[in-house]
Design a protein around this ligand. Sequence first.
Ligand code: PBG
Length: 328
Amino acid sequence: MNNQRLPIRPRRNRKSEAIRNLCRETRLSHESLILPFFIHDKETNETIDSMPGCMRWSLPGLLDEIKEAMAVGIQSIVLFPAIKDELKTPDAKECFNENGLVQRAVKTIKDNFPELSVITDVALDPYNSDGHDGLVSEDGIILNDATLDVLCKQATSHAEAGADVIAPSDMMDGRVGAIRDSLDSASFENVSIMSYSAKFASAYYGPFRGALNSAPKSGDKKTYQMDPANVKEAVREVMLDIDEGADMVMVKPAGPYLDVISTLKDCVEIPIAAYQVSGEYLMIESACSAGWLDRRSVIMESLIGIHRAGASAILTYYAKEAASWLTQ
Ligand code: PBG
């Protein structure tokens, strides 16, 4: 049978590896990946029941792991502390202790690896006996403006310890402006703010709260984290954060919110980060450990999807492994 006269054949651009490489629209690089670390104040590293494959690191363990991660190309990390129960209080004041776990960790990391960019999470949930990101009133209301003062102290203490980027994940109104102002007043005008601008009230955070034992003791986070149904509201949050001085904005979770990332890409001039959260990680891990999906291919496809949607930086528990695949 004669071939069809078919002048336009998209398959020609896929005919070989070399041609596919020329035609590729999006390239994922290890330089885009940010590695999250759970840390605790203990001598040894611990596995995390709610997140198989992830660890809570001791400070010495953390330094060893950072060294390995940097060897495969990781250039940025973010820290999440598991705080001892006896240090959790309703006023969350441990969060700005200059000798607190995060502050000590940042100092040690920057002493050992000055070129690594260290991002710290600013929110009260690991420190707050109520498990909320803000202060809680007696009748259970999450207090916005009173929380800002504590967040500012927390952010400044991270900057004093040497953090390069402060990442407020609390979703209180006005926090980016308040933190910018506090940092500037303390002469930390070069410390950046990566705002969790569009952080949704998501069921995908469950395993993370297990890792830090930070789940809310009562109620949920719906009065501050966003409704998963909304995208215009994400634009509004991002615009506000930009006006208040954010350097980068974040969408979280990532995979179920690719449309949000993509919408923001078209209307925002500053870099967009996205967080592939604990539940997304566990969906992949559980399907792969059952032998149902091919692990490496699925991880890379999930990350390229987030990048293609418009995230220039991706926080992912796969950062070290993916970087090693990308640089090997
Ligand atoms: C809390 C915080 C959460 C995550 C990052 N910072 C959980 C929450 O808001 O309850 C979730 C990350 C993940 O699930 O991997 N400020």
